[in-house]
Design a protein around this ligand. Sequence first.
Ligand code: F6P
Length: 358
Amino acid sequence: MKKFRKIGILTSGGDAPGMNAAIRTVARKALDEGVEVVGIIGGYSGLIKDHIIPITPRTVSNIISRGGTMLYSNRCTEFKTEQGMQKAIDTCRRHEIDAIVAVGGDGTFRGATDLTNRGIPTIGLPGTIDNDITATDYTIGFDSAMNTAIQMIDCLRDTCESHARCNVVEVMGRDCGAIALGTALASGAVAAVIPEIPFDEAETITRIRTLAENGKRGFLVIVSEGVRTEDGKKYGEVLAKKIETETGVETRFARFAHVVRGGKPSLRDRYTASVMGVHAVEMLLQGKSNLVICEIDGRIEAVDINYALIADRYYKNKLMPGDLDAFSAEQIAAMEKLAQKRRKEVETIYRMVAQTSK
Ligand code: F6P
């Protein structure tokens, strides 16, 4: 067991329900192991600006059920500069912070690697509503965001049925269609439109027209914000107009945007944040770092952050020259296997939406 004097916790990137549960668990577990804990306010910028608060067991009381993050969050560009990084390291030294647990998405993990490389062992917890981190099956916040979305979609279903209308709903997810896909299946939408799979617009429009002619009154179409028209416009609003013009079914458009990032975390998110948080502290105490805690086929496992970041680019076809140089043939084969698994998951749910929407 490595003896740490003090660890810091931060949340970075887009906030996600369940981040508070992660903060609480990391803090309580570390304190229980006799390690001091501090909170870093406002993500990596808190390290640069020396905005550090002490954390006792009571500091994290009553936050497990709260959305947002009590440590606040942002996307810090200064941290990517050498000067910003140096200020961050100086803050860690001044406060005797021996290690950090960082909760966030891929940008957060890049920062975690930079810190580890400069002598501050860091572990990442996946916290983003998007569920877009390839190395892990699940990211903290995804379930809550989908539950919030589906409550609002259910409301739209009621009014669509009353007025014999279609509602096109745009949900967040950046370049990942997971939220759109999950909510489309669970809300009984006629179609999900996601960045990963080409959308057959003509088929969907014909289907809506035929179903309307045969007496179906309400229609829902869920579009991921990452889907764009050829000239770069968000597709949801464009599709809504086309559906109305080409089917005669009156159509409205709704953008849920940041609403789904707020609100109470679900049991799934509190539970996962808690289990992952304990695991992160255990890893640090075992002297391990530069890891991201993942859920893989129902197990909690620690994965090397560099591997996770490159596996993510591999799956998203965003590899840059030299990205694979540091990896063995076995590791590259594992990335390919992982990419196939992710593609299959998306295709399977997409097919289910299509099969159940006639
Ligand atoms: O990554 C979380 C997320 O909410 C994405 O779904 C979305 O594209 C993005 O963040 C929005 O970012 P911002 O909060 O900076 O507007």
